[in-house]
Design a protein around this ligand. Structure first.
Ligand code: ADP
Length: 184
């Protein structure tokens, strides 16, 4: 199965991705994780991405598309994968579509986690990752609303979108996700 997982920062994508990959037995492709690892390893991409991550700004599309392309070439992605935090822009979504069309491996569904902003801010501040300061959080929210949210329409038009209520306990949210997946 190929699933795109969309949601604002703090929506619980990381937690639910861990549940999902256990359920579906497909690899987890998180661009946030890939970029943070590249940064730790001080690769060229990682050094370039670091200042964007700290400022809460989106890394440029060609860089993100390149790292995703590299990851998708690995044999474990042949059976499917969970895209977490990618695509985040229309350009990324179109690149992904081109890639998947060429390989005749279409997406099965798009899950969008929906959580009110006041709850998101509380969760992010409690999490306290390096880029979870108020300025970076605000930038990430603004970019989510203006740049990433339009992807919901993009996928809705393709009949792939499923919006999930992301409030409540992680177990409650996962039950909602499983209900969608088991009906697809
Ligand atoms: P969150 O969902 O909490 O914002 P992520 O781990 O998905 O966290 O992303 C952390 C940072 O990594 C982003 O703020 C951005 O700088 C960079 N990043 C991750 N994925 C992408 C992407 N698809 N496009 C551009 N930048 C990205």
């Amino acid at each position: 199965m190929r699933i795109v997982f969309i949601g604002p920062p703090g929506a619980g994508k990381g937690t639910q991705s861990a549940n999902l990959i256990g359920h579906l037995k497909v690899p987890h492709l998180s661009t946030g994780d890939i970029l943070r690892l590249a940064r730790e390893e001080k690769t060229k991409v990682g050094l370039m991405a670091a200042e964007f991550i700290d400022a809460g700004r989106l890394v440029h599309d060609p860089v993100v598309v390149e790292v995703v392309g590299e990851r998708l070439k690995q044999p474990d992605c042949q059976k499917g994968c969970l895209f977490d935090g990618f695509p985040r822009t229309l350009g990324q979504a179109e690149s992904l579509d081109d890639y998947l069309d060429t390989n005749e491996t279409p997406l099965d569904l798009v899950l969008a986690l929906d959580v009110p902003e006041n709850i998101l801010i509380e969760r992010l501040i409690a999490r306290g990752r390096g880029d979870d300061n108020l300025d970076a959080i605000q930038t990430r929210f603004n970019d989510y609303q203006t740049i990433t949210r339009p992807l919901l329409d993009y996928y809705e038009r393709r009949g792939l979108l499923h919006e999930i209520d992301g409030t409540g306990t992680p177990e409650e949210v996962f039950d909602r996700i499983k209900a969608v997946i088991d009906n697809t």
